[in-house]
Design a binder for this molecule. Structure first.
Ligand code: UDP
Ligand code: MG
Length: 309
């Protein structure tokens, strides 16, 4: 018998825990036929509602259910990492508890893994039910990343993904503190099969991602997988030098030919404001990378466990 570990990060999801279990177990007969056992790891990411109690109720009925509770909310990235560390399976799949990752896709995913793919990933072909402004910025983010990062990141990719043990071990070997899983999946390589599906809206509860949280997360992604922004200061510096040189030539020539008196302090103020603005912006970018390096250097644990069952 081989083992499939299903990792489910949960943050304040008391309504979804049991529902997810029921939906997932509808697929268990397929896996039983294939000679694959399932273990289900709920990662309680410091929930303040009854999520942990709900999982314990399930565990009382079914030994295959496990619970791992964090001491506080560490974020979904930390929850996924903890799940991967504690999964014992030969195959591992990451899923959201809100049923936005349809369990009905699992047999198809598994069939590709059987064919020899190292991982089977999913992407949404549309963003139905999402605020348009959010979709717009998400698209911009992926387009930007394509330009500034060597790591492949697919637009609309979900974290819903089945992997072999080999790929899981590769991901676990990346112990960075600022984790951006979408980039990590691409970085480790291996052969990935992409499945596409229509966006499914959340079954219960609400999304845990505000626009601001997503914006900060996208900055994590950029700093974690590209150093191109650091080049910006140099590029802008060179451009400004060229402009300044041309202007000096222009002013000298004009002075020699027309003998103009010095004038134009408004334009000077504009120039000073603009250059200092650009300087602050570039210093800010430096600061971002410095901050990430600072957090990385501290080597703090990615998560802390309160309870494990
Ligand atoms: N989640 C988590 N920790 C967090 C935020 C979210 O474990 O700090 C979990 C959440 O319970 C869900 C999954 O991550 O299972 C995806 O979250 P959500 O559905 O809110 O994100 P969306 O689907 O809107 O992108
Ligand atoms: Mg969701």
């Amino acid at each position: 018998m081989s083992l499939l570990s299903v990792i489910v990060p949960c943050y304040n999801e008391e309504e979804s825990v049991a529902l997810f279990y029921c939906e997932l177990m509808k697929q268990s007969s397929y896996f039983a036929e294939k000679g694959v056992d399932i273990e289900l790891l709920y990662i309680d990411d410091g929930s303040r509602d009854r999520t942990a109690e709900e999982v314990k109720k399930l565990r009382a009925q079914d030994e295959r259910v496990h619970l791992l509770s964090f001491s506080r909310n560490f974020g979904k990235e930390a929850a996924m990492y903890a799940g991967l560390e504690h999964a014992a399976g030969d195959y591992v799949v990451l899923m959201d508890v809100d049923l936005q990752d349809p369990p009905a896709l699992l047999p198809e995913m598994f069939s590709y893994v059987e064919q020899g793919y190292d991982s089977v990933a999913t992407r949404r072909v549309n963003r139905k039910g999402e605020p348009p402004i959010r979709s717009f910025f998400a698209r911009m983010f992926y387009r930007l990343m394509k330009k500034i990062s060597k790591t492949e990141m697919m637009d609309g990719a979900r974290d819903y993904r089945m992997m072999t043990r080999q790929m899981v071990d590769a991901i676990l070997s990346m112990q960075e503190y600022n984790r951006f899983t979408k980039g990590i999946f691409g970085w480790v390589g291996f052969e990935t099969k992409w499945l596409e599906y229509e966006n499914v809206e959340r079954a219960r509860g609400e999304t845990k991602w505000s626009f601001w949280k997503l914006f900060l997360y996208s900055l994590d992604g950029i700093t974690a997988f590209s150093t191109v922004p650091l080049l910006l200061a140099s590029v802008v510096g060179v451009v400004f030098c060229v402009i300044a040189f041309l202007m000096i030539l222009f002013i000298i020539v004009r002075k020699l030919i027309f003998g103009d008196p010095v004038s134009g302090w408004p334009s000077l103020v504009c120039i000073i404001l603009m250059t200092s603005g650009v300087q602050f912006f570039c210093t800010g970018i430096l600061g971002q990378y410095l901050a990430k390096t600072y957090m990385e250097v501290k080597r703090r644990p990615i998560y802390l466990i309160k309870e494990i069952q």
